[in-house]
Design a binder for this molecule. Structure first.
Ligand code: HDE
Length: 732
């Protein structure tokens, strides 16, 4: 077994030493002049150097703890520049958060092309074995920067590829469709979904009147809303999330031939979600649940991976495929009709060194394209092309945000953009204009053979100026129905519960009624169940319901979930068999899972290091639990005896009378309800399970006497993510 780590010294270090070397990615490329020569401005000039604390001007300081005063008890002097500089800078540390996607988590990584896209796309990054550094930012949409990770919401999935041909940003979501068909509606949907303007509540939630008011009136939002109400709205981890480019893009090959495509990111870890109660518990117990999970996984070497794939469609005049309008971002193309073809692999390899510098300041933009990838006339995409630069002007304080290290292209930059707030480049030359003779004609424009980006001459339909959409955009319900009917019964149950929860949070009867009408136009069974939960009458559909072939690929159930990095709680009490627990820890570690010893108090239990105390152990943090023993921790929790007899302390069974700590009873009850693997090893463990009311023979319950055997059984069950057959679904 691993020796417990010696904790780092808590004493203040006293020997001056050089700061950590900046990471290579912080350095950014060299600053070059208009003629391509280095300007000499060091790329890291603004990060720390030297062993001593200084002012921003490099003046060494002896004391940063006391302001300069007229006498020890006297007034502070205005002359104290260090005080003023320190406070002034602090006063301006915050920048405006993103108006949407404010809460996010980032990581560095690498993308490796398979070469399989070469027949349809000339972009160098997709060529075989080309490695491109990437920065990824995952996010929720609605919440503020400090909001909880596990709220019900869409997730952003934005990837910046630093290619040799320029930066390519694929700014997508974890859902393939969007609430609106035209970008001009974006402020409307966001205003409706954000907290009410009078009380500024609720935070990071769609469960409120204005959201449902909007989506029930603006029915093109119904398909995306259905995704949000499904398990996709509460994903287990960023690592188990699919990503979608949403819009249709146009790829161009070396001959200039074009293909329409939709981009998909497929996680190697499968696509998985939390259950709703778990998501709610996590939002309180660990609001940083997804951020922590991503950072921990990368640090532990369980590197998250996604395969990038494309669905391809012939680039024909009507821009439709099998009757689906490819320019309508509220529609997806089922994978059964157009399979996703893998074109490369992304691996996240490193956590950011500094959250603000990288994750907060990264600026994505769908208009950052490379030769071979172009946009289409999707009216949502077209409006986005305007928004993303515009928003950075306020958020990052001016037009030079591309000079921030995380935003710097890795391709040579020789633009004629000059000056502006926060200009860091020391440009040389006198002629930032073209044509010129004074700088020798530099910079020169490139020909196509030199890698210039030249838009393919795609045909633009002639027409009259109109504020209108194509007729095909009028179908708002058929794909919401397709999605619902493609779900497994357990997923349908979750959807019913989600609508019932969210609509029950709406005060306005008219809003609930209108949304029920939308559900009636999607699926009668769904509408009936939600109406019943709300105590309302289910309306009849007002349209003819159209059935399409169910798309199995839309369901998450049954996607593989590798056991690597999964968390297994090992519960042992103060007088329990710690040797047996240690053997389980070893077996879990050997199986490449992460053992969490759950004990009555922190510190050590014999040779075991306790990772989580009874007081903080809740189901959301564990994928499975193995109980060795769980007797009440009388010494560790004064007053427990007095409370043990109270009914609320025994959520599952008469725990106290049979010697089970009520907090372990609570944990086991949650694991049971959340369809997680519950296991015992040895007699004490068996007794604990029985005391918690867990039936010995139920699905997903493992009882073994041997530590190796219990871990083998647990690992087998974990590959299915959850034991869904523990409860009989109502749907189906
Ligand atoms: Fe965004 N979106 N968006 N969006 N979006 C922003 O840009 C906007 C849309 C998406 O991690 C903002 O830098 C408009 C669709 C992600 O930094 C802003 C419209 C999709 C992120 C903006 C859309 C997205 C953003 C806010 C309708 C999925 C986070 C801060 C025309 C394909 C990127 C910022 C990050 C961020 C505008 C619709 C994804 C205001 C106007 C559709 C992942 O510019």
């Amino acid at each position: 077994m691993e020796e417990p780590r010696t904790p780092p010294s808590v004493d203040e270090p006293t020997t001056p030493q050089e700061p950590l070397e900046p990471q290579p990615d912080q350095a950014g490329p060299e600053v070059v002049s208009a003629t391509g020569k280095p300007t000499g401005a060091p790329p890291t000039a603004r990060s720390q150097s030297g062993a001593y604390l200084t002012t921003s001007q490099g003046l060494r300081l002896k004391d940063t703890d006391h302001s300069l005063k007229a006498g020890r008890r006297g007034p502070t002097l205005l002359e104290d520049h260090h005080l003023r500089e320190k406070i002034t800078h602090f006063d301006h540390e915050r920048i405006p958060e993103r108006v949407v996607h404010a809460r996010g988590s980032g990581a560095h990584g690498v993308f490796r092309g398979y070469g399989t896209a070469a027949s349809v796309c000339r972009a160098g990054l997709f060529a075989a074995d080309v490695e491109t550094p990437v920065f990824v930012r995952f996010s929720t949409v609605l919440g503020s920067r400090g909001s909880a990770d596990t709220v019900r919401d869409t997730r952003g999935f934005a990837v910046k590829f630093y290619t040799d041909e320029g930066t390519f940003d694929l700014v997508g979501n974890n859902m393939p469709v969007f609430f609106i068909q035209d970008g001009i509606k974006f402020p409307d949907v966001v205003h409706a979904a954000k907290p009410h303007p009078d009380r500024e509540i609720p935070q990071a939630q769609s469960a409120h009147d204005t959201f449902w008011d909007f989506v029930s009136l603006h029915t093109e939002a119904q398909h995306h809303t259905m995704w949000n109400m499904s398990d996709r709205g509460i994903q287990a981890s960023f690592r188990t999330m699919e990503g979608f480019g949403v819009h249709t893009f146009r790829l161009v090959d070396w001959e200039g031939a074009t293909t329409l495509v939709k981009f998909h990111w497929k996680p190697k870890a499968g696509v998985h979600s939390l259950v709703w109660e778990e998501a709610q518990l996590a939002a309180g117990g660990d609001p940083d649940f997804h951020r922590r999970d991503l950072a921990d996984a990368i640090e532990a070497g369980f590197l998250p991976q996604w395969e990038l794939g494309i669905q391809t469609f012939p680039d024909e005049e009507d821009e439709t495929f099998e009757g689906i309008d490819l320019l309508d971002p509220t529609k997806l193309v089922p994978e059964e009709l157009a399979p996703v073809q893998p074109i490369g692999l992304m691996t996240l390899t490193a956590n950011p060194s500094n959250f603000f510098a990288e994750t907060e300041q990264v600026a994505f933009h769908g208009g950052n394209l490379v030769p071979g990838v172009e946009v289409t006339n999707d009216p949502l995409l077209q409006a986005r092309l305007f928004s993303y630069v515009d928003t950075q002007l306020t958020r990052l304080g001016g037009p030079n945000f591309n000079q921030i290290p995380v935003n710097r292209p890795h391709a040579p930059v020789n633009d004629m953009l000059r000056d502006g707030f926060h200009q860091h480049a020391v440009h040389t030359g006198v002629a930032p204009y073209r044509p010129n003779s004074l700088d020798g004609g530099c910079p020169f424009t490139a020909g196509e053979a030199d890698g210039a980006f030249v838009q393919v001459p795609a045909q633009v339909a002639e027409g009259q100026k109109v504020r209108a959409a194509a007729r095909s955009f009028d179908d708002h319900f058929s794909q919401a129905r397709l999605f619902y009917r493609s779900m497994s019964p357990v997923e349908q149950d979750h959807i019913k519960a989600a609508y019932s929860f969210e609509l029950a949070k709406c005060y306005e009867l008219a809003v609930r009624q209108r949304q029920l009408q939308c559900l009636a136009n999607i699926d009668g069974d769904l509408c009936g169940a939600v109406a019943q939960a709300l105590g309302m009458v289910a309306p009849a559909p007002t349209i003819e319901l159209v059935d399409a072939e169910a798309s199995r690929a839309l369901s998450q159930v049954g996607t593989p979930f590798p056991v690597e990095g999964r968390k297994v709680g090992i519960v042992v009490d103060a007088v329990g068999d710690t040797d047996l627990a240690a053997a389980v820890v070893d077996a879990v570690t050997e199986a490449r899972m992460v053992p969490f010893v759950v004990g009555p108090h922190g510190g050590m239990l014999d040779t075991l290091t306790v990772a989580r105390t009874y007081a903080v152990s809740r189901s959301f943090e564990l994928d499975a639990v193995v109980v060795v023993s769980g007797a009440p921790a009388r010494d560790a929790m004064p007053g427990l005896d007095a409370r043990a007899g109270e009914p609320q302390a025994q959520p599952v069974a008469d725990a106290a009378t049979v010697g089970l700590d009520p907090r372990i009873a609570l944990l086991l009850g949650e694991m049971w309800r959340h369809c997680k693997v519950v296991a015992s090893v040895g007699e004490e463990g068996d007794r604990a399970l029985a005391a918690a009311g867990i039936p010995g023979e139920a699905p997903g319950v493992v009882r073994e006497s041997d530590p190796q055997a219990v871990v083998t059984d647990v690992a087998e069950l974990l590959a299915l993510h959850r034991v869904w057959d523990r409860f009989t679904p109502v749907s189906g």
